[in-house]
Design a binder for this molecule. Structure first.
Ligand SMILES: C[S@@+](CC[C@H](N)C(=O)[O-])C[C@H]1O[C@@H](n2cnc3c(N)ncnc32)[C@H](O)[C@@H]1O
Length: 383
């Protein structure tokens, strides 16, 4: 495959870290888009992007771009494409769509019209048609419409890339793996000093931090990608690039603790699946009793937002977080992700920065507190 443009989709706020990751694996002409990054590379880079990018949700391969007058014109133009370049009539397809247009107002309707056009193309050509399979299609087609402009891409990832395959058990509010990796990368953690998540739940932050520190690819145990069903799939190339199991070196102290014993067991099981079981210390502890390793380091947490707690309890939880950070975790760089702005004020510490991120549909603040002795002394001296 010649060099071509690809689009890596991500979450709001992670575009810059994703762009940096893409440069590191050899992507060129890297451009930041809205919740996405475009880059240029060949087939090898596209495979690598799927296997190695921690903050990408999907890697799209654009195949056609056109403008259309109305809905019928859209259908005609999609039907005109040579779909047998991409799949057989015996195959199964799925369509994802994103729409911002006065011509089409519902993304589901765009997906339906696209499906009709592709199916009708095959029926006209071969008298038979592919079927729809939303969960495990042979070809996932992505349609992006902005007013009268349409971009059609093939989704080379298949299942989204946050599905790393390490989850075991179910936590009620796990962080998305891509978001968690993005938070660790955004923090600028040096991968050498301690990393602590004292409210770890299923352990996503600590697990992603361990994978980053030990250079374990996010695709290390994943075995399926969309591009494997494409006509031009190069298995030898994939096997050459496939992430090998980690050879672990001495790494930093990574600690995952939670007040609930169920969750530390869950985190341990995930780490074992990844083959990095010994890289994280997981245990049960109330944050109020957790002692810091005397060092500088990163403490990052995603406390409850209040869906299941009443407000006085929540404010006192966040107040306790603030006082523990101040008295126990001096020297650390603290990061809190929360959707509850009122509760975040109860932390009572001066923040260094606040970044907007989304946890699912919830708008959150990713708040940094630099707990350095110097900054406290300066504050006391009124500097
Ligand atoms: C939003 S969940 C964290 C989810 C986690 N980031 C994940 O990816 O699975 C918040 C966690 O804080 C824990 N928690 C609440 N109060 C705590 C405390 N005082 N000490 C330690 N953990 C606490 C809860 O048990 C829960 O697992």
């Amino acid at each position: 495959m010649q060099n071509k443009t690809f689009i890596a989709k991500t979450f709001f706020g992670l575009e810059e870290v994703l762009a940096q990751e893409i440069r590191e694996i050899g992507g060129t002409d890297v451009k930041i888009l809205n919740r996405a990054v475009s880059f240029v590379g060949d087939k090898e880079l596209m495979y690598k992007a799927n296997i190695r990018l921690r903050t990408a949700l999907r890697i799209l391969s654009p195949i056609h771009q056109f403008t259309f007058r109305d809905q019928d014109d859209f259908y005609r133009q999609v039907k005109k494409m040579k779909w047998d370049n991409y799949m057989a009539y015996t195959g199964e397809l799925a369509i994802d769509s994103v729409v911002n247009s006065k011509i089409f107002t519902h993304s589901k309707y765009v997906a339906l019209r696209t499906k009709d056009a592709v199916v009708d193309y095959f029926r006209d050509q071969y008298g038979q048609r592919p079927s729809v399979n939303v969960l495990h299609p042979d070809l996932r087609i992505h349609v992006h419409i902005s007013e009268n402009k349409c971009d059609i891409s093939l989704d080379s990832s298949g299942d989204p890339l946050f599905m790393r395959g390490y989850r075991s058990g179910h936590h009620i509010a796990p962080l998305n793996e891509v978001l968690a990796a993005g938070m660790v990368l955004l923090s600028g953690w040096d991968k050498k000093s301690p990393f602590v998540d004292p409210m770890c739940g299923s352990g996503t932050l600590g697990i992603e931090a361990a994978m980053i520190a030990h250079n374990v690819a996010p695709g290390v145990i994943r075995t399926e990608y969309g591009f494997m069903n494409w006509h031009d799939y190069d298995e030898a190339l994939y096997l050459k690039l496939k992430a090998g199991l980690p050879v672990l070196q001495q790494g930093p102290d990574i600690i995952c603790s939670d007040i609930s014993p169920v969750f530390s067991r869950m985190a341990k099981a995930s780490l074992k699946r990844l083959g990095i079981g010994d890289t994280v210390k997981c245990f049960t502890k109330d944050f109020e009793k957790l002692q810091a390793i005397p060092s500088d380091g990163v403490i990052m947490m995603n406390p409850p937002y209040g869906e299941r707690l009443d407000i006085p309890d929540l404010l006192s939880l966040y107040g306790n977080i603030g006082s523990r950070l101040k008295h126990e975790w001096m020297g650390y760089d603290a990061w809190i992700l929360t959707a509850n702005v009122e509760a975040s004020k109860a932390v009572g510490l001066k923040s260094t920065s606040k970044t907007v991120l989304y946890n699912g549909a919830l708008e959150c603040r990713f708040i940094n507190y630099s707990l350095y002795e110097g900054s406290q002394k300066q504050k006391k001296a009124g500097l």
